[in-house]
Design a protein around this ligand. Sequence first.
Ligand SMILES: [Zn+2]
Length: 398
Amino acid sequence: MRPENGHQARLLRLLRDGGPQSRAELGEAVELSKSKVAIELDRLTELGFVETAGLAASRGGRRSHVVALASHLRFVGVDIGATSIDVAITDGELRLLARASAPADVREGPNTVLDQVLELVGKARSDGAAPEVHGVGVGVPGPVSQRDGAPVVPPIMPGWNHFPVRDTLGAALGAPVMVDNDVNIMALGELHAGTARSVRDLLFVKVGTGIGCGIVVGGEVYRGVTGCAGDIGHIQVEEASATSPVCSCGNAGCLEAWFGGAALARDADAAARSGRSSWLAERLESRAADGGTLSAADVGAAAEAGDPVAVALIRDGGHRLGQVLASLVSFFNPGLVVIGGGVAGLGHQLLAEVRSVVYRRSLPLATGNLPIVLSELGGTAGVIGAARLVSDSVLSTA
Ligand SMILES: [Zn+2]
């Protein structure tokens, strides 16, 4: 099932992003004559893409029919994280109809993890939310070859290199599948349903265990020549010295080695053990009693409670992230910067520091109207963006 020409594809995307509209409104938006729009919409109805949803309010003269995406259209969004899997079923307008999630360990390899994905998709569909599936979008925590639909040398996904994720899930679910990096799908989620709805050019910065950036140009994700555009976690923030932290990539002084979930956990542990923070030391003791360790969330809680060491960790991290973002803003001139991901839970202290550095360091013309905000979608940006990714493909001609 595919639209047959560019006009049909445009009409379908207008209905996906704007909801039900009258034939007259659609005609104006695509600049086609009444009769031509009627022909294309009739064809899309025959193909099963759209349906009539009653009559529009009168604008004088004959009332126009309201058209909507077919109510049976279903997309599946899958967000595979390092430690969890989230699955959602959406309708054609990418509204969430059902969700399922479970803890998972991506290091257990593709066979185990994709079995879990299929189980969760089955669970989300079990109440009849999706008798058929028209497309499946998948995000994974590593670089992806779009051509092969497979991860490529993903650092935190042992066993996944070149594993055919797209073809495996496509065969199991009998639907087209698209795979992308998790940061890119979160950027698409923001573009579809978040603060970025009205913006065409934006940066989405994910601060999780590591740090990455989704680049949206003219409403489309920019992936670079080999798919690793936006890998800002490995930008060197200062000249490496003997005291620079070593990064998971092997280099020293990367942004991610200074800041991010893993770096914060490491620094919090050191502050607790050295006695510099009694708050974190106490928290470490109670975590250790259950066999656990300190995490970035503990640093957030400590800062909230006024612990000066935790406040300084967030401020230093925000400062380094801000330094990198200031350069990116001068280079890219985006209309919006959204910060999301687990560590974005550090919230307003982090945001304040990032803002102050970016506004001070970037060119005034680039920052004059530049909002820097925290994501409002929370955990749903990934699954909505994954559904959006595959819908872009299903609702296009090729
Ligand atoms: Zn690195």
